[in-house]
Design a protein around this ligand. Structure first.
Ligand code: HEM
Ligand code: HEM
Length: 126
């Protein structure tokens, strides 16, 4: 595995470890206040990044393209800021909300970029 596929799978594994540690902390402490943070690290982090990894692995011609790399870095940077700021938000820091809002919007832009990359590839693949 190379290129964007390898980057995404590495990112997915980091999210899985961080998200499960947070889940364990929640379970052990009995405080579920970080449930939305945990849920998004697991599904928007681990599952989505894992999905992107296998998508790019399936289509090696775009795996090393600049667009695929741009998609990786936008997803990674906005996702990391979104999830860390979400943690601070649910830890009782409402001041983190504007950062979460900007990062979430960029995370959404990243999925639009993925649509731009993936839809033509899927049409070609038929
Ligand atoms: C070490 C493993 C894990 C632990 C200890 C753990 C722990 C927890 C806990 C304590 C909650 C809060 C439940 C509640 O307050 O109702 C939760 C919710 C959640 N977890 Fe995990 N979790 C783990 C792994 C995972 C994995 C692998 C995924 C997905 C790939 C996941 C996805 C979710 C989601 C989506 C929610 C929110 C559910 C809802 O909306 O009611 N978790 N988890
Ligand atoms: C632009 C990015 C996103 C924003 C702004 C967003 C926002 C939200 C909000 C406001 C909630 C309700 C939380 C609550 O009631 O406590 C929620 C819940 C949830 N979202 Fe997202 N979300 C985003 C992306 C995603 C993605 C990409 C996934 C899955 C791949 C996802 C999966 C979930 C799940 C499973 C829940 C239920 C768990 C919970 O209640 O915390 N979200 N999201």
């Amino acid at each position: 595995m190379t290129g964007a596929a390898r980057n995404f799978l590495t990112l997915a594994i980091i999210y899985a470890i961080c998200g499960m540690i947070l889940g364990l902390v929640m379970g052990i402490s009995g405080s579920h206040s970080q449930m939305p943070t945990h849920a998004h690290i697991m599904v928007a982090g681990w599952l989505m990044s894992g999905f992107f990894a296998f998508f790019y692995h399936l289509f090696p011609d775009i795996n090393r393209s600049r667009l695929a790399m741009a998609h990786f870095w936008l997803t990674a940077a906005s996702g990391a800021v979104m999830l860390v700021s979400l943690y601070f938000l649910f830890a009782g820091n409402p001041g983190a909300e504007p950062i979460t809002a900007i990062a979430s919007t960029l995370f959404f832009v990243a999925i639009l970029l993925f649509a731009w990359i993936a839809l033509p590839v899927l049409r070609r693949a038929v």
